[in-house]
Write a protein that binds this ligand. Structure first.
Ligand SMILES: *Cc1c(COP(=O)(O)O)cnc(C)c1O
Length: 388
């Protein structure tokens, strides 16, 4: 008999069962390069894409199969492919779905290395890559050409924080038979039901919240459509992507607390963001749950939470030198890129150089709110503001 499982309970109760005679909660770590077959007939009949059996370490062991199943469950998807990093997962989508002569649309505010990859595809692989206004919504229809194959989205952009109108973009793309991929790292799959909004491929940098330990690099692609999953799986095999089972274990170990951690990041970040908004040194706080943030109304409609990552734009009277001094003077906030762990982080970005028509004159600093007591973080920011 089964009982209903809410997302929070499902994170804790997985379908993993330990081998007979041994009962414990953790998933076992199965390492393998080669997988042994009982006889030649078994070797000849085994299909590496069939998840009911094992063929080779690169295609997974019971440990990675369990992680794939659990990640698909969190996103309310059906299939999952694991990649050695979030960026590797993004590249896998591009290489699986695009060929010379095709066109892909990428938002202007996309994760930086993804943009660099797009420029490489355009320069050396004969793919047309165009960058669009992340707030374009249904207007994306006008950009779709007969050779457009893929629209990338990121919700929100992980530095400038615009929240796109995902349902409108998905409708416009699907009307013309074009696929939509979403970098859903910011919501961890906890605060956004991407497939319900029409997204075809969900990408997650597990490096962030799913790991939570600042100690793993891994990415995932989750889908509902089996044909699409097969395409991703085939490219994954051809490129020889693999992940380490110890790393898979670290992510599995963190999943039961994913929702509680996410909610704690969310509550802390809202408190810190609201405090920063009240300060005379700031021009605006780009936090999707606050009205200053472009696309805030899309966040209200589509999201159930916000997590720990947001940006603050300082008043234009402060120079880059001054805001750098602010970042340098922080004690609890460390300086580093990969967010989603327990530690709070701050990174300044040169938006004028990164974005065409960036509308703000003040300096931007992105904050990741960790799991520290938010009042201590506010005290740290307060002493940092004095260094301005
Ligand atoms: C970190 C990040 C990635 C890339 O993940 P890695 O595992 O570091 O390669 C992609 N997208 C977003 C939004 C990220 O924050």
């Amino acid at each position: 008999m089964s009982v209903p499982k809410s997302p929070q309970t499902a994170l804790i109760h997985s379908d993993y069962t330990a081998p007979g005679g041994f009962a414990a909660f953790p998933t076992a770590i199965h390492h393998a390069s080669t997988v042994v077959f009982a006889d030649v007939a078994a070797l000849r009949s085994r299909n590496w894409q069939d998840k009911s059996a094992y063929t080779y370490g690169l295609h997974g062991t019971p440990t990675s199969f369990t992680l794939e199943a659990r990640l698909a469950e969190i996103e309310d998807g059906r299939h999952c492919v694991l990649a050695p990093s979030g960026l590797a997962a993004i590249a896998l989508v591009d290489f699986a779905l695009l060929k010379s002569g095709d066109d892909v649309l990428i938002p202007e505010n996309v994760y930086g290395p993804s943009r660099d990859l797009g420029n490489w595809l355009a320069r050396d692989f004969g793919i047309s890559v165009r960058y669009y206004d992340p707030l374009i919504g249904a207007g994306i229809a006008a950009l779709i050409q007969p050779n457009t194959r893929l629209v990338w989205t990121e919700a929100p952009g992980s530095v400038s924080m615009e929240v796109p109108d995902l349902p409108a973009i998905c409708r416009a793309a699907h009307d013309k038979g074009v696929m939509v991929a979403l970098d859903n790292t910011w919501s961890a799959g906890i605060a956004l039901r991407a497939f319900e909004l029409g997204v075809d491929i969900v990408m997650q940098a597990l490096t962030k919240y799913q790991s939570g330990g600042s100690d793993v690099l891994m990415g995932a692609l989750i889908t509902r459509d089996t044909t699409l999953h097969r395409k991703l799986e085939t490219a994954h095999m051809r490129l020889g992507y693999g992940i380490g089972m110890d790393d898979a274990y670290l992510v599995l170990r963190s999943l039961p607390t994913l929702k509680l951690r996410f909610e704690a990041h969310d509550a802390g970040a809202l408190k810190v963001a609201s405090w920063l908004k009240s300060r005379p040194e700031t021009d605006r706080v780009l936090h999707p749950a606050l009205p200053d943030c472009p696309g805030h109304e899309n966040w209200r409609r589509d999201f159930s939470g916000a997590g720990g990552l947001f940006s603050v734009v300082f008043d234009a009277r402060y120079s880059e030198e001054q805001t750098d001094r602010f970042v340098d003077s922080l004690k609890l906030f460390k300086i580093g890129f990969s967010w989603g762990g327990s530690n709070s982080l701050a990174v300044p970005y040169r938006m004028q150089a990164m974005r065409r028509n960036w509308p703000h004159d003040g300096q931007l600093v992105r904050l990741n709110i960790g799991l520290e007591n938010p009042d201590d973080l506010i005290a740290d920011l307060e002493q940092g503001l004095r260094a301005l």
